[in-house]
Design a protein. Structure first.
Length: 365
């Protein structure tokens, strides 16, 4: 045997040994996770115990990224641990996660990125249906889009928070890459129609005007629905992502056709329970102010005075009356923090209504 073959044989034996040790450690971690579940159930025999702790998982993933020695990037290492935690949690009770469907949407990709692949994904046809599924207890958590870096806020999601008692329990950001997809069966045919969601058309407007000007653009309920149609109809194409392309067996005519290379969508995790502080948190509120001069200044001034940074301020029409408005605010920190507590007390004195939507860990992955 050559020196190369001898060395490769030694390295493969070392890899096999490491794989065995990794398997033993993962099994030990899973056993420990089961013990945690048993302790919780024994301490709360009459209650529906929540095994998933968003703040705890965020702390673990942050620690993994910070302690990662390489050569794998910290993000990749955290994703591996995300899947290990997802599998361990599913041993006791797999979580049901509702998302804006159908199967193959970017919202499903965000759900799997946040919760891992060991959850039960529940596709639903509309954002309000996701809220109802979680409110009823049929799903443990829901995932809904809230803003895109190109097209701004998803107003339907904001409006649902005015009506719902659900809490925001987390956030996840997903880089959105749109592809022009066709069925292999119809690849050589002239494209006369393109299907996609209205947000995707907006995010690819410049590319479409340059490369597919004059072709009919048909808006459908989701990119996955666009892919489903393109898979069956000759002379059509779809704008969708990798998951939808794989699900419906489509080929790519053009990659990453979004107008902005940093195109990102932020999704919110909604649930029924408040989340404790993780150390690096964000909070969201809805505020209805009295219609008088200086109302917006009165709303924002306490945040400035107490040194709390706002990350989002949006205005939505109030359902209570014409020309009345509700402010949606994201700010850094947890509502249980002393400074945040002072600010919200001051705001509440001046506001018609203050609704605390929740505090949650800043997205790690």
């Amino acid at each position: 045997m050559s020196d190369e073959q001898v060395r490769l044989g030694e390295l493969r034996e070392e890899i096999d040994s490491l794989d065995h040790r990794i398997m033993e450690l993962i099994s030990a971690r899973a056993t420990c996770a089961q013990e945690v579940a048993h302790v919780k159930m024994a301490a709360n025999p009459e209650q529906d115990v929540f095994f998933y702790r968003p703040e705890r998982e965020a702390q673990v993933l942050r620690r993994i990224k910070e302690a990662n020695p390489g050569p794998l990037p910290g993000e990749e290492m955290a994703r591996l641990f995300r899947e290990i935690m997802s599998a361990c949690l599913a041993l006791e009770k797999p979580m049901h996660i509702a998302f804006l469907g159908p199967i193959g949407t970017f919202t499903q990709a965000a759900a799997l990125k946040h919760f891992g692949h060991s959850v039960v994904s529940v596709p639903l046809p509309a954002i309000d249906a996701v809220f109802r599924e979680v409110e009823s207890g049929a799903a443990h958590y829901g995932v809904v889009p809230v803003e895109n870096s190109t097209e701004g806020m998803v107003n339907h999601t904001l409006d649902m928070f005015m009506l719902s008692q659900l809490k925001i329990c987390g956030e996840v950001q997903l880089r959105i890459h749109h592809h022009l997809l066709v069925s292999p069966e119809f690849r050589d045919q002239e494209i006369t129609r393109i299907y996609s969601h209205q947000q995707s058309f907006a995010q690819c407007r410049q590319w479409l005007d340059t490369h597919r000007y004059g072709i009919e653009r048909v808006t459908v309920s989701s990119n996955a629905e666009a892919a489903r149609r393109a898979a069956k109809e000759p002379g059509t194409a779809a704008i969708a992502g990798d998951m939808a392309a794989e699900l419906y067996g489509l080929e790519t005519l053009a990659n990453s056709i979004e107008d902005r290379p940093d195109n990102t969508t932020r999704f919110l995790i909604i649930g029924r329970e408040a989340v404790q502080s993780s150390g690096q948190d964000k909070s969201s509120i809805l505020v209805s102010m009295r219609n008088k001069p200086g109302a917006l200044y009165q709303l924002l001034e306490p945040f400035h005075r107490h040194g709390i940074s706002l990350t989002r301020l949006e205005t939505r029409p109030s359902p209570s009356g014409t020309w009345a408005y509700v402010f949606y605010i994201d700010f850094e920190g947890h509502m249980d923090d002393e400074q945040a507590h002072k600010v919200l007390a001051e705001v509440e004195e001046e506001a018609v209504e203050l609704k605390r939507l929740g505090s949650y860990p800043i997205g790690v992955l």
